[in-house]
Design a protein around this ligand. Sequence first.
Ligand code: ACO
Length: 430
Amino acid sequence: MSKDAFTLTRPDGKSMSLPVLKGTIGPDVIDIGQLYKDQGVFTFDPGFVATGSCKSDITFIDGDEGVLLYRGYPVEQLAKHSSFIEVAYLLLYGDLPDKDQLAAFDTSIRRHTMLNEGMLRFFNGFRYDAHPMAMLSAVVGSMSAYYHDTMNVNDTAQHDIFTHRILAKLPTIAAAAYKLTAGQPFIYPRNDLNYTENMLHMFFAVPAEPYEINSIAAQALDLLFILHADHEQNCSTSTVRMAGSSGANPYSAIAAGIAALWGPAHGGANEAVLRMLEQIGDAKNIPKFVARAKDKSDPFRLMGFGHRVYKNFDPRATIIREMCHKVLAQMGRTDTPLLDLAIKLEEFALKDEYFIEKDLYPNVDFYSGIIYKALGIPTSMFTVMFAIGRTVGWVAHWREMITDPAARISRPRQLYTGPKNRDYVALEKR
Ligand code: ACO
């Protein structure tokens, strides 16, 4: 392999030179765009284990070193010094805002929190026991039926209105879904409150008595949203890019991302972790469950463990683990059975040969559910919380994709393994 080209040699000895592209950091990428045209072959990479699907300036991950950068800034620094709204601005516009830019952005998000009243009536159609992720995906998809002024994907002025609108309204939609499951009346947003305070207000206030916002809970949510804000070309983000690549309206693309996030191998893991911890119940059962996770004939996996990219540690999990202790202590929770069980499970698994050999570490979802539970958020809402944090990442990627002059419709190829050409057989002869 030369410095800037990769030579591919065929079995018959003929070779082809493939350009090697270099990013600012991270592994080089072999450009195979001309491969089929020149050689008549496709590449095969199910699950995109070694395939870069696009160029992106937004987020960088080094899975071996446990590094996560948003627009170049380490997530640890942002978690310590920034706010979710500031991080949202950074991801969307590329740089940290100055004071005026931050104030204008914050004000705009606060002023777009209300939903069209027609959209609220949409919730009446759901059964009382509908999963909130099903409602979230459906109602976000339905935004394209209400906000026609932001549907033209070629008008960049509309991108900003769409962006502010969806960021502002997602917590309101989530709260409406929660209130339906709780059997309580919908609570309108309060624009004098910040992003996470307003969310807590919409979730937990009731008309019958005053509600006092817990500032520790609001700060904890803000930090969790920072940690979930973006993660480069993960399953849901790639889904948003793929749906959007056809020119579909942005609300539909985000609704597709929400649907992809729901799966237990992705964002649905935070809900699955809590259910798993409850199922394990006691530290004495840990060896039995770890043995099940290692047994290939058993579909059970240790939820919240393992990651496609992180093969050392997930930096977000380290921050959340630390935060778990703080939040529970600050909220006066001394009896923390789930956290204690999670710590023991982590200790046990990290010493196990199977987990060591396969580089399986706790991921972002292993501890987040314990915090959500401590804040009073029901288990079925955990993935919704993830979606609220991740929406800004989806939107940033959608904007990058839709304004990239080189972007084309996403259309992978395949290795066909079905029957060869055969003739139709009349029904009476089959
Ligand atoms: N428990 C037990 N074994 C596991 C686990 C686990 N949690 N995760 C991976 N493995 C094993 C697999 O069985 C496989 O073994 P093999 O090589 O003997 O076949 C090996 O480790 C590699 O796992 P893959 O599934 O091939 O890895 P992949 O990169 O495709 O999947 C994933 C990553 C989906 C995260 C996987 O680790 C998993 O299912 N984890 C549990 C669910 C979870 O926590 N998801 C949240 C991910 S973070 C996020 O999306 C926000």
